[in-house]
Design a protein around this ligand. Structure first.
Ligand code: FEO
Length: 162
């Protein structure tokens, strides 16, 4: 059984994960409009991954006998200057998500809800990966700078994301 506080916080995180999905789909649209079809495809995969995060939390709340009350998804940005701007925003967003997951862990511990704390470890590890992915792409984009051919090649590379 979940405490009301933990149930509410998990519901909030479900909404945040769907918001992340929506954000990345918006980024996919923006990247496609700039001709970066590979990066757009990378973001589409990120969109799918965020929905998996949301449903993982959804299933956990139900498994614990709680209720999921879906809330509206807030508006997301639609325009970014260039690819680097998009991935900088991605890293910043993932850092925010990491801090939300950390707060959730702290709450679970404060509530002596060790099952939820254990469940959240998957998300703690996932956030390391999420930040690393964005950081690596930013590093390459910085190296490439404004070189058109470099950007073209890197875009093709990102299209290969499984
Ligand atoms: Fe679900 Fe990208 O954090």
């Amino acid at each position: 059984m979940l405490s009301k506080k933990v149930e509410k916080a998990l519901n909030k995180q479900i909404n945040a994960e769907f918001w992340s999905a929506y954000l990345y789909l918006s980024m996919a649209s923006c990247l496609d409009s700039k001709g970066f079809t590979g990066m757009s495809s990378w973001m589409r995969k990120q969109f799918a991954e965020e929905q998996e995060h949301a449903t993982k939390l959804f299933d956990y709340v139900l498994d614990k006998g709680g209720r999921v009350l879906l809330e509206p998804i807030a508006k997301v940005e639609t325009e970014w200057k260039d690819a680097l701007d998009v991935f900088n925003a991605t890293l910043k967003h993932e850092q925010k998500v990491t801090s939300m997951i950390n707060d959730l862990c702290a709450l679970a511990i404060a509530e002596k809800d060790y099952a939820t704390e254990s469940f959240l470890h998957w998300f703690v590890d996932e956030q390391v990966e999420e930040e690393k992915n964005a950081r690596e792409i930013i590093d390459v984009l910085k190296l490439i700078g404004k070189d058109g051919y470099g950007l073209y090649r890197f875009d093709k590379e990102l299209a290969a994301r499984k």
